[in-house]
Design a protein around this ligand. Structure first.
Ligand code: XIL
Length: 753
């Protein structure tokens, strides 16, 4: 890959560019050294060409990530520059997103989720991205990090919603099956894993750091007995490692987190908590090999305004790594970036920071790897994040800029690697076996009383009786209190219903009367539920949960109450959208089937005169044959407008919630299906034979996935009527093969087993 000396040499030079003399004279030396390098092909200088080459004799891993766009099209991503660059510079790699639950689990909760076998759960998972990552020959010699098995974030919404309502046993079971299913997909092709990511809370209530509350915590910590021991969070995490070892026996297993790097002995600190818990887990028999330090760092913590290194900062992280070494735990630097905030440091000082950090890390006998989180500043997650989270720090966090030009930061990494002694072997210690026993790792278990969700109609009329569902966890005989109240000051409570419940989890339906005297129109209301000690009313409420935006309909209410249609359609389908609205005279209902982002192309429109008052209708939308096949790209947008008016005067609109419309490819692309060709599988040779009518026209074969993505394309030379379709590299599944020959076209469905 590394063919151009001009591209490569600045790096080698820069690696020694601590010397300002070299920096100034770089252009002159460049030409000179280019010539030299060409002459001395096997000279050590050319061996210093890339980070990867520098790392080879030192036996360390210097890695980077593969973004979604990169994985989807390695050959063309960033004009085809990113992938060769990745392979030239790095010897380790991680998928930035595609191994996370939000990409692997299905978009909707699988039916009967608690009764699935591992194989059945596996069948619901999306494996093709992981497969593309692990089976790409070009990346065969890169060390692979799996990121991440269990994480509260980047998980599907349905999971975040339902997991807190499961029992401890169900949380343990699901986690186990997910990990084993993931293991079946990955086989022995992953070298190391972030087994659990970001499990430590950012809070330290009462001066004591805690595990992160949320998705799994509540029920994985409910103190019940499970098949895997008592449901405490420590036991849960131990078992996560036990299952991870079972699923991935070849891989090194890490607990990964941010903000844990600098040494701190206070029990309030994340660092102390991480060290204590990693050691305790290992002592309790968890097969944990080490800790991942994400290392999303800030330059001003590392160098002064004049560029002098803060050696205490580096020494403090060294102390953390050494402390873990004393317990037989390793450290990997897993997501390194060092951001510049508010221009308070010269970007060039990143060189000092990257160099010191990498050299310190690589010099520890229990640390062999640094992964940088992004190939170029422009593609780094900090630059791309479009909320206020990294305000002021967006521009420069990693080692290369546009066109993969190395920045001083790159030189820092190179210098760090060059400073290391040569080594015979990578210094990994043997995998920690753990004891695999059902968990018994102590830790506190407590189940807090909670309201998990409240659900009721979003539009009501005065005098209605409505049903509000409340899902709760009670730890004693307690009261569930539901209020129907104003959602703004003075928060008048119009209805209160108190229901007695006994200890345990459940869902109750509460009947709420909407009084006749509720003002309509102007105010928004809400349902609010909380759980309180038995008979003690509101003063000791434990937790509340609110459903906002309940509208009380009056005679002149003008709004779309709900609009719901199928989440998956094919071209040629007629989609039925259930619309509920409240309107006045002279209005009409409009429903668009459109792209859910700019340019919001509208492919189909439904219009109907609205009846005054509250009504339910079914809007039928024909999905055109030529709508581009796409995943998650469409929405139904429903609006109420004055008759004869258009969208600028719309009164209320609602797009179908979070449900994206998947347009699935259909058999007949473009409607025509007049080419009679035959396909028959040839399992012995692992291919399909295709017979096409003899013709002077060349035939174009296009293979579509069930989602309509083109996965393979092939052209027959004209005059040929028989050919083989090799599908080795394509994952099993259902595909559509479309053959276009002149003006004739045909499509067949194929099953690749
Ligand atoms: C980030 C990715 O870089 C982004 O593309 C994505 O939108 C959000 O997640 N800690 C982690 C990583 O463990 O998975 C996160 O990656 C960055 C913080």
């Amino acid at each position: 890959m590394n063919s151009s000396a001009e591209i490569v040499l600045p790096n080698a030079l820069g690696a020694s560019s601590n010397n300002k003399f070299f920096v100034k004279l770089r252009p002159v030396f460049l030409t000179l050294l280019s010539l030299l390098a060409l002459l001395l092909i096997d000279n050590p200088l050319s061996a210093q060409n890339s980070l990867r080459e520098l790392a080879a004799p030192k036996k360390v891993y210097i890695g980077n990530l593969i973004s979604n766009e990169h994985l989807d099209d390695p050959e063309n991503f960033r004009n085809g520059l990113a992938d060769p660059h990745l392979r030239q510079e790095y010897n380790a790699v991680v998928l930035e997103n595609y191994m996370k639950m939000s990409f692997v689990l299905p978009a909707d909760e699988p039916a009967d989720i608690h009764n699935l076998t591992v194989e059945q759960l596996r069948a619901t998972l999306t494996a093709d991205k992981i497969e593309a990552f692990l089976s790409n020959d070009d990346w065969a010699d890169l060390r692979k990090r799996g990121h991440a098995m269990i994480w509260f974030n980047q998980a599907p919404d349905w999971l975040k919603l339902v997991a807190p309502t499961w029992t401890g046993q169900q949380v343990f079971d699901f986690t186990r099956k997910y990990i084993l299913a993931l293991g079946q997909i990955c086989g022995d092709r992953v070298d190391e894993w972030d087994v659990i990511n970001e499990a430590i809370s950012d809070d330290a209530p009462d001066g004591q750091r805690i595990w992160r509350r949320g998705t799994w915590y509540r029920r994985a910590n409910d103190g019940s007995m499970t098949d895997w021991g008592e449901a405490t969070y420590e036991n849960y995490i131990k078992m996560i490692f036990v299952w991870a070892r079972e699923a991935q026996p070849q891989a090194r297993l890490h607990i990964n987190d941010y903000g844990i790097e600098t040494f701190n002995n206070s029990v309030a600190s994340k660092n102390r908590f991480m060290r204590d818990k990693a050691k305790a887990l290992k002592d309790c028999g968890a097969p944990i090999d080490g800790v991942g330090f994400q290392s999303h760092l800030i330059l001003s913590d590392m160098v002064s305004s004049t560029g002098v290194l803060n050696t205490d900062f580096i020494a403090s992280i060294e102390e953390s790594i050494q402390d873990l070494a004393s317990a037989g735990l390793e450290v990997a630097i897993t997501e390194l970036d060092i951001r510049v905030c508010n221009n308070d440091r010269d970007e060039a000082f990143q060189e000092v920071a990257f160099q010191a950090y990498c050299e310190m890390a690589f010099s520890q006998p229990n640390c062999h790897e640094v992964l940088i989180w992004g190939l170029r500043d422009e593609d780094n997650w900090i630059t791309l994040r479009d909320d206020q989270f990294f305000a002021g720090c967006e521009d420069a966090a990693i080692v290369e800029g546009d066109n993969y030009t190395p920045k001083p930061a790159y030189d820092g990494v190179a210098s760090a690697i060059m400073a290391l002694p040569d080594q015979e072997e990578f210094g990994f210690s043997p995998l920690v076996p753990g004891n695999g026993a059902p968990a018994n790792c102590g830790g506190e278990a407590s189940l807090d009383p909670a309201i998990l969700f409240v659900n009721g109609p979003t539009a009501v009329s005065a005098g209605d009786q409505v049903t509000v569902a409340v899902n709760y966890i009670a730890t004693d005989n307690q009261d569930i209190v539901v209020w129907f109240q104003l959602n703004e000051a003075p928060f008048t409570v119009y209805t209160q219903v108190v229901t007695d419940v006994s200890s345990g989890a459940g869902t109750i339906d509460v009947t709420v009367d909407i009084p006749m005297n509720v003002p309509t129109g102007t105010f928004q209301y809400r349902y609010l539920a909380f759980i309180a000690p038995d008979g003690q009313g509101v003063d000791n409420s434990f937790s509340d949960f609110i459903q906002f935006q309940v509208t009380v309909l009056g005679e002149d209410s003008q709004l779309i109450i709900s609009s719901l249609g199928p989440a998956s359609v094919s071209p040629g389908d007629t989609a039925e959208i259930n619309v509920s609205y409240s309107a006045i005279e002279g209005q009409e209902i409009v429903v668009w089937f459109q792209l859910d982002q700019s340019p919001f192309t509208t492919y189909q429109e439904f219009r109907q005169t609205a009846m005054p008052g509250q009504n339910d209708i079914i809007a039928k939308l024909y999905i055109p044959q030529d709508v581009p096949i796409a995943d998650d790209a469409y929405q139904y947008q429903t609006i109420l407008v004055p008759t004869g008016g258009g969208w600028p005067e719309r009164i209320a609109n609602i797009s179908q919630g979070d449900i994206d419309v998947v347009v699935v490819s259909s058999v007949a692309q473009g409607g025509a299906n007049n080419l009679n060709f035959r396909v028959y599988p040839n399992p012995t040779a692992g291919l399909f034979n295709v017979e096409i009518p003899a013709s002077s026209d060349a035939a174009e074969l296009t293979l579509y996935s069930a989602l309509g993505e083109v996965v393979h394309q092939q052209l027959t030379p004209s005059g040929r009527s028989e050919l083989s379709l090799h599908l080795h590299s394509i994952p099993p599944g259902i595909y559509w093969l479309s053959v276009q020959q002149g003006t004739s076209q045909g499509v067949v469905k194929l099953l690749k087993q």
